[in-house]
Design a protein around this ligand. Structure first.
Ligand code: SF4
Length: 150
């Protein structure tokens, strides 16, 4: 039986990004040969729609480009994503880098100017604090090299 791994839904090509654009991670097919990928989009799970205004984290809050406080949606999305991670017994999560939800290690600084700071998106933060290993999409080779699966 393949191991379940959580993955940002946008990396699978779902149109759930704030701008509604399609992105897709190269090599998804080979990942799917070895792992059971569980797609999640924390911002959709938190109650936001697509498309939506871009948002960035500022400290413990998330503010969109209109200046609206959307923190509650992001917190709800993080909690729902953690529930799914537990339900599917995921040890790992492949998450979209730089996102205010999914980014791990580096996210935009809250000024909407493209600057990055060392911090995590709300979902990546909660998953990591709950013991799940978060892997950015450019680091997926770590999975291929290090993971064991059933
Ligand atoms: Fe992708 Fe995460 Fe943004 Fe959803 S919240 S569109 S999964 S980066």
């Amino acid at each position: 039986r393949k191991e379940n791994i959580l993955i940002s839904a946008c990396l699978l090509g779902l149109y759930c990004r704030y701008d509604g654009k399609e992105i897709k991670l190269d090599g998804i097919e080979s990942l799917m040969e070895n792992y059971n990928l569980i797609p999640v989009c924390p911002e959709i799970l938190g109650g936001l729609g697509t498309p939506r205004k871009p948002a960035e984290r500022i400290g413990i809050k998330v503010i969109n480009s209109l200046g609206e406080d959307v923190t509650a949606f992001f917190e709800k999305g993080a909690e729902e994503t953690l529930k799914l991670a537990k339900l599917y017994k995921c040890r790992y999560a492949i998450l979209k880098e730089k996102s205010p939800s999914c980014g791990y290690g580096a996210i935009y600084d809250g000024t909407f100017s493209g600057n990055l700071i060392k911090a995590n998106g709300l979902t990546a933060d909660l998953l990591a604090k709950s013991g799940i290993i978060v892997i950015g999409e450019t680091q997926v080779s770590r999975l291929k090299n290090n993971l064991q699966y059933n």
